[in-house]
Design a protein around this ligand. Structure first.
Ligand code: HEM
Length: 322
């Protein structure tokens, strides 16, 4: 079923994008390469979104609902589909943010490039397409599975902010604790599958900023195929640039976090999908406990394998993370 949904999405996307390219490139219209690319992008977007949604459905249907272990004890942190989607998004993001910055800077400096400008736009649309596909896949998958492990559950925000304040560098943690009235002399709460920093700060910020840049980008892309009011377009453009600047800062913060030597095992797990049992035991004790509980099976009283206390959403197999 899942391969069928993926294959149908792929075929429709190829037909749709191919049709848009054929139509826009036919000599019937005297469009320059920049406008042609823009029209191809705008007309391809419904197919890219549809392909992303069908891929998300396919992923949800193929999820396995147990935590996987390797013979050496290593625990599956991310499903292969999750890791692949993370890198599709990262590639699209890097292409889109580089080309977006070039467009912005040559506009501000009133400069010209040593090569035709439409190449910058063309690459920008390719990067944006990858991001739109990845976002549609991710949102569909999470809505269907109800997997909210990257966010604090209801009633858990204060505990997460306390954990976050402990994980931040001390001066910054003190500021967060001071503003929110948290007592840092209390023991830090144990860490689950994802750190408090990831759940209470990193992931929510990604969602807000990526949501903003994608929605404003879609509005900008539709301007030649739909009547978008000038004022809406002006705001969309301003917010698109603002989101780009904030995302550049968030990306640097993400690299600071994931490239820290103490987290190299997590970086490897984003490629290999596994992380050693020892690392999980030491750095993610609450997750380790829930994996062990799951392996022991449901307790006699019916209290079973809840991944973490008071958490919503299913425990999707293979630790299929972000
Ligand atoms: C190209 C450079 C990047 C590298 C090396 C990288 C690496 C990683 C790693 C190692 C993790 C796993 C952390 C863990 O296991 O707890 C992760 C998580 C994540 N990454 Fe990336 N990533 C990159 C780019 C991006 C981009 C461009 C985005 C979004 C636009 C992104 C969004 C996320 C999200 C949402 C998570 C989940 C947890 C969190 O928010 O920290 N990553 N990344």
């Amino acid at each position: 079923m899942s391969w069928l949904a993926f294959a149908i999405g792929l075929i429709l996307a190829v037909i749709g994008i191919g049709g848009a390219i054929a139509l826009a490139s036919s000599s019937a219209q005297p469009w320059d390469p920049e406008l042609t690319d823009n029209l191809i992008f705008a007309k391809s977007l419904p197919f890219i979104l549809g392909f992303g949604i069908l891929s998300g459905l396919a992923r949800a249907a193929s999820d396995r609902w147990v935590t996987e272990r390797r013979p050496d004890g290593a625990i599956r942190r991310f499903s292969p589909g999750t890791a692949l989607n993370h890198w599709i998004n990262a590639l699209g993001f890097l292409i889109a943010i580089t080309t977006g910055s070039v467009q912005y800077l040559i506009g501000v400096a009133d400069a010209t490039l040593p090569f035709p400008l439409f190449w910058v736009y063309r690459l920008h649309f390719i990067g944006a397409s990858l991001m739109v596909y990845s976002a549609a896949l991710f949102v569909t998958h999470r809505l269907i599975t109800g997997d909210t492990r990257l966010l604090p559950g209801r009633g858990e925000w204060i505990r997460h902010f306390r954990g976050l304040a402990h994980e931040l560098p001390r001066p910054l943690g003190n500021v967060v604790a001071g503003v929110l009235g948290l007592d840092l002399r209390r023991e830090p709460p144990p860490v689950g599958q994802f750190t408090y920093y990831e759940k209470a700060f990193s992931f929510p910020v990604w969602v807000l900023l990526l949501g903003l840049i994608i929605v404003t980008g879609l509005l900008k892309a539709m301007r030649y195929v739909a009547p978008i009011p000038g004022e809406v377009l002006w705001w969309a453009s301003a917010l698109h640039v603002a989101a780009m600047i904030l995302l550049a800062a968030k990306f640097l913060d993400h690299l600071r976090y994931v490239l820290a030597p103490s987290r190299w095992p997590l970086l490897r797990s984003m490629v290999q999908t596994w992380v050693s049992q020892e690392y999980v035991r030491l750095r993610h004790p609450l997750w380790f406990e829930s994996v062990q509980r799951e392996e022991r099976g449901p307790a006699p009283g019916g209290v079973g394998s809840a991944p973490e206390p008071a958490r919503g959403g299913p425990h999707v197999a293979g630790g299929s993370g972000p």
